[in-house]
Each structure stands twice: as C-alpha cells, then as structure tokens.
Design a binder for this molecule. Structure first.
Ligand SMILES: Nc1ncnc2c1ncn2[C@@H]1O[C@H](COP(=O)(O)OP(=O)(O)OP(=O)(O)O)[C@@H](O)[C@H]1O
Ligand SMILES: [Mg+2]
Length: 287
C-alpha cells in the first residue's frame, strides 16, 4: 500500500501551528529539556554565503528525506556549531527549526549534569531517547560541558563515562529531525567527537560587509542621516551581538533626546562604549 503523500513543509509563517511534540509523561524528562516554539525568523539572521549554502542543502535533504531513504540514503541530521560567542549559533538553531516547522528541544545542562555517579550519562540518554521519537530539533548548547576531552587518570572516570555514552548516542541518533550541538570552546572537545557529526558549521565574527548589513537591519526603523558605511571599520573584530548592542544603545540615546533620527554623536558614543567593553573582556579573558 502506498503511504499517503504528505504536504511538503515550506517555510512556516508566524502563527502557523508547529508539528505537535508529544513528550513522555515521565516527569524527570520534562525537567531535562525545554521545548521552545521557535519565533525568530530568517529575516533577522545574517549568515555567510557558505553557511547559507549549507543550510539550504540540509533543508532540501530534510524535505526530500522519504525519497532519499527509499534509495537507501541517510539524510545529514547531526550538526556541530562552533565559533566565538554572539555570532549566531543559538539564533541559527532557532531560525532553522522554524524554517522546518519543527519544535526546538533545548537540553537543560544544569539539570542534566548531576553530581551523582552515573546519573549524567543516564540523563543524556533520556534526552536522546525522547528526541528520537518525534520530529524536532534537539539542541545541545554549551556542548563542551558534556563533551570535554576525556582526561587520563582515575578521578576522571565519570567524565570518561559521560563522553563515551555521548559518542554512542550521537552515533546511533537517527532522529526524525536534527541534532544540533553548539560550543564556543571547540578546542576543548574530545577529538573523537568531530567525526560523529555530518556537518561542522563555523560561525565567525562578522566581516565588514556583514557588520554593515547587521547595522542596516537593526537601524531599519530609525532614519540614519549619516553614512553607516564610514563607521563599519571601527566595529571590526566585534561579534554580531556586540554590533547589535551598539545599534540598540545608539537608538536609545537618540530617542531619549526626543530625536526623530539617529544622532551621529550617539552612535559614536555607543561604539566607544563597545570598544571599552571589549578591552575589559580582553583583560579578564586574555586567551
Ligand atoms: N549572525 C547573526 N545575525 C543576526 N543577529 C545575530 C547574529 N549572531 C548573533 N546575533 C544577535 O546576537 C544575539 C546573540 O547571539 P547568539 O545567542 O545566537 O550567539 P551564540 O553564537 O549562540 O553565542 P554563545 O556562544 O555565547 O552561545 C542574537 O539573539 C541576535 O540578536
Ligand atoms: Mg548560544
């Protein structure tokens, strides 16, 4: 018998019901994850051309999964997001889930990591098991906290156990959606982790062009009577989140002065503030 043809999932519109996610009644599971209905849209996200290409390819495979599986092919579904803080790893996971019409299941590290022997590995297994049953994007943020390199020495037996079971669970993950792990400490990941993922996606600091695009996006509702392009060089080396803060702060200062347009001096002030923050951060975290 032919299975009924399913309507292809296209980009979802705000307010469209997402596929419903049935969580098991087991109360311990609900405390291990948070189910988020993704709200942020692709219009808010700036990605490098390479990353756009990667995500479009992944979405094509997901939508054509039945066809690919009939040919005995697996779809790429395990993604590792790396890169410095504030460059869009978490935002992209949310936008990606929304584009696919899937709920975002965010693993709660604070609840998963337990001081009881063996319990962390058990908790991770529960999270994986449940996410395998229903279409969703399982998001493991701060993945380094779970996948730190297995150090030698007997006192690290627990860590070894956690990493070993994580490796096994990732290997076996054949979810109906995606597994996304994210870290800004990729150098501390266990070497055996990398090849478990179908794609490693790097989220870099924005280029000058990307900084400009982000400024234009963030300032789109507020007239700017000066050239943003001239300011971009001063923002180089900052993350997207830093640049966003500069724009927000500049807008707030201008609004508080009852100005209808962005005041150039306020933008310059916000840039200097951000540069100062960056210096403080560099002193606190020299590496
Ligand atoms: N590529 C981007 N395009 C547009 N906005 C961005 C981008 N990256 C970051 N932002 C803005 O900065 C905020 C923080 O970014 P996000 O939480 O995605 O960073 P992250 O890479 O997950 O950082 P961390 O490593 O600290 O978890 C986002 O909610 C968004 O408003
Ligand atoms: Mg994040």
């Amino acid at each position: 018998m032919r299975s009924p043809r399913r309507k292809p999932i296209t980009a979802i519109e705000p307010g469209l019901p997402l596929l419903t996610l049935k969580l098991p009644k087991d109360s311990s599971f609900s405390s291990l994850v948070e189910v988020v209905l993704p709200k942020r849209s692709r219009d808010e996200l700036i990605l490098s051309t390479r990353n756009v290409r990667t995500f479009l390819g992944l979405m094509d495979e997901f939508r054509g999964a039945d066809l690919l599986r009939r040919h005995g092919l697996d779809i790429r579904s395990k993604l590792l997001f790396c890169g410095p803080p504030g460059c869009g790893k978490t935002l992209t996971a949310e936008v990606f889930a929304r584009e696919l019409g899937l709920p975002l299941v965010v693993a709660r590290l604070d609840a998963i990591i337990s001081s009881f022997l063996g319990e962390t590995a058990t908790n991770i297994r529960k999270v994986f098991e449940s996410a395998a049953d229903q279409p969703c994007v399982l998001f493991l943020d701060e993945f380094d906290a779970l996948a730190r390199a297995r150090a030698d020495g007997s006192e690290h037996n627990e860590l070894r156990r956690v990493v070993n079971s994580l490796l096994m669970l990732i290997d076996r993950f054949k979810g109906k959606g995606f597994l996304i792990a994210a870290t800004n400490l990729e150098e501390s990941l266990d070497a055996a982790i990398w090849r478990r993922f179908d794609e490693v996606v790097i989220f870099d600091l924005p280029s000058q062009r990307e900084i400009r695009r982000l400024c234009e996006l963030k300032l789109k509702n507020f007239p700017v009577p000066f050239s943003i392009a001239d300011k971009v060089a001063e923002l180089q080396g900052m993350s997207y989140a830093d640049v966003e803060r500069v724009c927000d702060n500049a807008i707030k200062r201008s609004i508080l002065k009852r100005s209808k347009t962005l005041i150039e001096a306020d933008f310059n002030f916000a840039v200097r503030e951000a540069q100062r923050r960056k210096e403080v951060r560099a002193r606190l975290h020299p590496h």
